[in-house]
Design a protein around this ligand. Structure first.
Ligand SMILES: [Zn+2]
Length: 209
């Protein structure tokens, strides 16, 4: 599991912002994503009972939760990211069957979040400022979510993460977003982050119905 900045540069900021708006407009809160092909300029991820469309200029990476080997039906993670200079966006889905979560974590979405953050920490990424959890509903599941920060290179990158139990597939699911529109003015209001996270989550298929 890897958060943060690298020096890749392959797209200008303005065109990505426009594409992001299109993600929300096309997939937000409806069933469009379940049928037909991805919209022009988008790829579709469709494995492990998870499906979502993402801007094809984003880089996709899959791994287990530790980032050491390939994802499996039991535990895994898929992440898409884009960075251009002062702009950073990264989001992804992780999953774990209850049996792989160590006993010292609660069998609950809160416990799944703690387990996820333990893996992030073991990967060398520090997480700060985890907020109180709030609850929302998406895809027929009750989803808890909180904001967090990732200290990186003198900045604290804001993030938001949610977790739920998918009883249809028997796995905990986690969906997170980190987003910095401009490193020159990094004080992103968490409210805007939550809306973006919520729109992206609305485009995610968590289980096939
Ligand atoms: Zn589900």
């Amino acid at each position: 599991m890897e958060f943060g900045i690298n020096k890749t540069k392959f797209m200008n900021t303005r065109s990505l912002v426009i594409a992001l708006v299109a993600v929300g407009a096309v997939t937000g809160g409806n069933l469009w994503i379940h049928s037909g092909d991805p919209a022009l300029g988008f790829n579709r991820y469709n494995k492990f009972d998870i499906s979502f469309d993402y801007d094809m200029r984003m880089q996709l990476r899959e791994a287990d939760l530790g980032g050491y080997s390939a994802p499996t039906d039991t535990v895994g993670s898929v992440q898409v990211s884009y960075q251009d200079g002062d702009y950073l966006q990264q989001y992804g889905v992780s999953w774990a069957k209850p049996k792989v979560i160590p006993n010292y974590f609660e069998r609950s979405p809160e416990g799944a979040l703690d387990y996820f953050f333990e893996n992030v920490g073991m990967g060398g990424t520090q997480i700060v400022e985890r907020s109180e959890c709030k609850t929302t509903t998406s895809g027929g599941h009750e989803v808890i979510h909180q904001t967090f920060g990732v200290p990186d290179g003198g900045y604290t990158i804001p993030g938001i993460i949610g977790a739920w139990y998918c009883d249809e597939t028997g796995r905990y699911r986690i969906f997170y977003l980190i987003y910095v529109p401009d490193f020159e003015s990094i004080e992103v209001p968490y409210g805007g982050l939550e809306q973006m996270w919520s729109d992206l989550l609305g485009g995610l298929t968590c289980h096939v119905t």
